[in-house]
Design a binder for this molecule. Structure first.
Ligand code: NAG
Ligand code: NAG
Ligand code: NAG
Ligand code: NAG
Ligand code: NAG
Ligand code: NAG
Ligand code: NAG
Length: 558
């Protein structure tokens, strides 16, 4: 940018007054392409930026998913320490897997914005803060968590995308996809209701084409069969580790990426950087930013800035001194720097000639892809809270740390209800048949209270049947007959399949409403005569963060 000295001085003064430097360009999507304000095509030249959380290795955690995280956008000293290195690499985006909406992100977000660096933010959190792939639900507690994060970041100009999930859907596990698509629908409706054009994304694990391709099409389709973008993501990410060592476009990429010809929304490699044939040369960068890829793909995110270890090896490119003050770069860093600094994606097509967006109908189901186009409803928290007030027996957690207990109690309660001829269908759902229980969108603690109430009522309202070893309490204000209780419940959940624009939780940014919930854990509880679709196994089910992403290398087709 050329400015006369007077204009430059004026500009600097204005910048000082407003506390900003030249504003980072807004990025908009036209069909499958991304553009800056000035019409230049935008390619993501990114790096994954999050320290590895703690991983508890166990048979219940085959994905090696972490159980804790450090929010990398809440530590300004660390961001300022790393910024010069990110600038050396030439990146224009970082991908962050989990953030804490109650922390302050001003320091990091402003520093990155001033440096022209966008953020791609995953909304899920470890354990109960994500859609459980084994016993999924799209429920108010997760929606509220997603909205709190969106609200915490709405004031920043450098959020490129919010991801509604990372590798939630796996090969032979496609019935979870409707829950993730419902999340995309509701997050998108919320963002657009706030006049935000931040992209809604999903990052997919790679796998056989008969799973990968229909899934990509499913996320970008219109599940209502029209040509509306309301249920479609804007940005598809593929975590792809198929380019190992000194490879070539033909050898590693042509097959996979050929399948995406004509894809309707923007796409990028949400992770890349195979460690199986060291050294990593990063020559795939040349391919990603070439005309072989640019007709469909808009760049990628190299994995990973911080050390990240998996069975396949070490993915980190720098090490941080134990006092957290010094960054030491590795050879990987230097090779990626060379590649990134010489990569420029072709500036075509021009913004005006980008093909118009289209949202085709969804892939038909078959034996390798079973996801229904009937999506779960938008979680209605006030309906669930209304219901809770009518329940005859309610979960009253003794501690804040109730997550693990909820899963065990759900198993127990459903088993008991099953022995009395009842079932847990109302709290469950099925993404293959597209049938969802009336309470499927409720917080797991409310689901548990509902099942406890069923047990209490099926046992002639004997107080012992509500106790659950001190976890349940009879509600004296509930209707006194089972028929009246059922009627009250039905009137609360009057419109169980409604889709609507969600609103911010009452306490956005603060503590939860008091009905705050958990995904629970059913690990090790083997006594269920009833299989509980609404139950979850927190460790297996959490679908977030770097370690899971690393695990994707395991699934890569060689
Ligand atoms: C977010 O940060 C607050 C304040 O430090 C902490 O109390 C809370 O546990 C954190 N939440 C998560 C999910 O880590
Ligand atoms: C199912 O359909 C998808 C396309 O939507 C296709 O890629 C896949 O091969 C099909 N599976 C079978 C078993 O035919
Ligand atoms: C959500 O539930 C409340 C309480 O039953 C109800 O008043 C409201 O209409 C519901 N919202 C939608 C969009 O169905
Ligand atoms: C929470 O509960 C789980 C399971 O009961 C236990 O393993 C864990 O140590 C508890 N955490 C805290 C902070 O009490
Ligand atoms: C609640 O349920 C859990 C799991 O079944 C059990 O370990 C605990 O003793 C129960 N009672 C209380 C007061 O937490
Ligand atoms: C996860 O569980 C904790 C308590 O163990 C709770 O405070 C938090 O709100 C839960 N998060 C979600 C998204 O349900
Ligand atoms: C519950 O589901 C699991 C896995 O789907 C299955 O192995 C088990 O036999 C089922 N248990 C019952 C009691 O149906």
């Amino acid at each position: 940018m050329h400015l006369t000295s007077r204009a430059a001085a004026l500009f600097a003064a204005v910048a000082t007054l407003t506390g900003t430097v030249r504003a980072i360009s807004k990025i908009t999507r036209e069909g499958r392409y991304l553009y800056q304000d000035d019409g230049t095509r935008f390619y993501i030249k990114g790096i994954a930026y999050q320290e590895q959380g703690a991983v508890v290795a166990s048979a219940d955690n085959p994905f090696g998913e972490p159980s804790s995280f450090i929010d990398p956008l809440a530590v300004p000293d660390a961001c300022n320490r790393d910024l010069p290195f990110l600038q050396q690499l030439g990146v224009n985006a970082i991908r962050v897997y989990s953030v804490n909406s109650s922390l302050n992100h001003d320091g990091c977000m402003t520093a990155f914005s001033n440096a022209g660096i966008y953020t791609i933010i995953d909304l899920a959190l470890p354990l109960n803060g994500s859609i459980d792939r084994l016993s999924p639900s799209w429920s108010s507690n997760i929606l509220d968590q997603y909205i709190r994060t969106i609200d915490a970041f709405s004031k920043y100009d450098n959020v490129l995308a919010f991801n509604v999930g990372n590798e939630v859907v796996v090969n032979d596990g496609t019935a979870v996809a409707p829950y993730v698509k419902a999340a995309a629908r509701d997050v998108k409706a919320y963002l657009r209701s706030k006049s935000s054009s931040v992209l809604v994304g999903y990052a997919a694990i790679n796998g056989p084409s008969n799973f990968r391709d229909p899934l990509a099409n499913y996320f970008s389709c219109d599940s209502t069969g029209g040509n509306s973008d309301a249920t479609a993501i804007d940005l598809y990410g593929l975590n792809d580790y198929s380019w190992c060592g000194d490879s070539s476009f033909q050898q590693s990429y042509a097959g996979t990426f050929g399948d995406f010809a004509g894809y309707n929304v923007a796409a990028y490699l949400s992770e890349f950087g195979c460690v199986k044939s060291p050294p990593r040369l990063w020559t795939e960068v040349g391919a990603i930013f070439s005309t072989d890829m640019s007709p469909v793909w808009s760049g990628g995110v190299a994995f990973s800035y911080f050390p990240a270890q998996s069975a396949d090896g070490q993915f980190g490119m720098v090490t941080i001194s134990s006092d957290g003050k010094t960054v030491t770069t590795g050879d990987d860093f230097n090779r990626l720097k060379t590649q990134y600094n010489q990569a420029t994606g072709p500036n075509s097509p021009a913004k005006g000639s980008a093909p118009a967006a289209a949202y085709p109908s969804c892939p038909t189901t078959n034996s390798t892809f079973v996801a229904s186009t009937n999506l779960p409803p938008t979680p209605n928290e006030s309906a669930c809270n209304c219901l809770l007030s009518t329940l005859s027996c309610r979960f009253t957690p003794a501690t804040n740390n109730y997550t693990a207990v909820v899963g065990q109690l759900l198993d127990t309660a459903c088993s008991l209800v099953g022995q009395k001829g009842g079932n847990c269908d109302e709290i469950g759902g099925n993404g293959q048949t597209g049938v969802y229980g009336r309470l499927s969108g409720c917080d797991p603690t409310i689901k548990l209270s509902y099942v406890m109430s069923q047990n209490y009522q099926l046992n002639n309202r004997n107080a012992v049947a509500c106790s659950f070893a001190g976890n349940g309490t009879v509600n004296p204000l509930a209707p006194s007959t089972n028929a009246a209780a059922d009627a009250a419940a039905s009137s609360c959940i009057a419109n169980p399949s409604a889709t609507f624009v969600p609103s911010a939780p009452a306490s956005s940014g603060g503590s939860s409403s008091g009905n705050g919930a958990s995904g629970g854990s059913s690990a090790g509880s083997g006594n269920g005569a009833v299989n509980l679709t609404g139950d979850s196994n927190a460790l297996v089910g959490m679908t977030v963060m770097a370690l899971l992403s690393i695990a994707s290398a395991v699934w890569t087709l060689a």
